[in-house]
Design a protein around this ligand. Sequence first.
Ligand code: FAD
Length: 413
Amino acid sequence: MKSYEVLIVGGGHGGAQTAIALRQAQIKGSIAIVSLETDPPYERPPLSKDYLKGEKGFERLLIRPIRFWGDRDISLLLGQRVVAVDPNTKTVTTEQGERINYGVLVWAAGGVPRSLTCEGSDLLGIHSLRNRADIDQLVSELPKVKRVVVIGGGYIGLEAASALTSLGKEVVVVEASDRVLARVAGEPLSRFYESRHRSHGVDIRLSNAVASIQGQDGRVSGVRLADGEFLTAQLIVVGIGIEPAVGPLLAAGALGENGVKVDSFCRTTLPEVFAIGDCALHINDFSGGEEIRLESVQNAVDMANVVAKTIAGKPEGYKVVPWFWSNQFGLKLQTVGLSRGYDSIVVRRNRSVDSLSMIYLKNGVVIALDCVNSVKDYVQGRGLVVARCERSVEVLADVSKSLKEIGLNEAND
Ligand code: FAD
């Protein structure tokens, strides 16, 4: 039986960074990453952006050059799914029936895209965007596609809409809520993005659910909406969120539900088993005591660093402020903090129509910012979130002052 001192399940952002950080911390023991995908660790964000548009080749997505892993004596066990964990014998079992022993297990398995469940969901031409194979398959079908329906107006759906529009496709976005980005952003940002997409020709249908997918000869021909309208489409992109990939851990007795519960050191309730990244349910320092999962590169990488430090005997709890980005139609969105639970929003607009910053407050405290093409506000506003500064709406809205000045002024009062 193979045996590793540290066995990492999942070769995405979190898994790769765990191995990298362990070697940086001079951990000499054996390390393996077992991953379902057949590619070495690569960056996922470009999948719905430059990679989909064909502007970035796959080699440029690699988190490290291929030789890095061998040079650092990190074994990549690719194309293998872990289906069971036995915390008593400290082994995992793969789908192929192989058992692998571990000293410490780091679960970094991310999530699985939610699928449609309506009639016609099994037709050809319906795509999720989670891994390289998803995009490659979608791109191979594009030459025969004139019109695409994107189901879901979250970040991934909107990024796909932007990329596919730039590739010359007609795109319709169908969103069940009354605004795009409803789960993650305040209304002014939703309206800003809605208007930007519409101005590029994207047809956005809000407050409308999908009733069924229609097909011809086994392939998608369009989408029937709940209000009866039929939207012709040769391809469908589904961006309706993910389910955390934690089945084997929960079956082994780890606590959790929508994810696996971890403490501030990313320890699950199973001995010597950590969980990180998209699948880790944790109380974030910036979530106001709420248990959450974060789906971002920052969270996966920072949790990986926390685990590596703990394994290296220098534990430091997870305290980093969350941040995220998204690129659509030349708009670079950068967010910092967590806006959930906000009770007021300040919109700062300068003269450029392409730029806007939104500041979220809760009980007068700055809890988050969404900055579009506004790196300065993002960088300076970050300090306000980290320091949990109290600022009035009027002060924050004053664009004649930078956020740095606003922070300093009131701190000196
Ligand atoms: P992942 O990177 O998903 O890696 C998990 C790996 O585990 C996968 O390779 C999976 O195949 C493997 N695996 C799953 N189950 C098993 C199993 N049982 N056995 C073995 N292997 C398994 N974040 C941002 O911050 N900014 C962005 O702009 C952004 N854009 C994105 C665009 C797209 C299209 C996608 C899909 C995600 C985007 N994200 C973005 C989110 C970000 O990529 C994720 O939050 C991040 O990849 C999470 O890292 P992770 O290590 O938790 O999981």
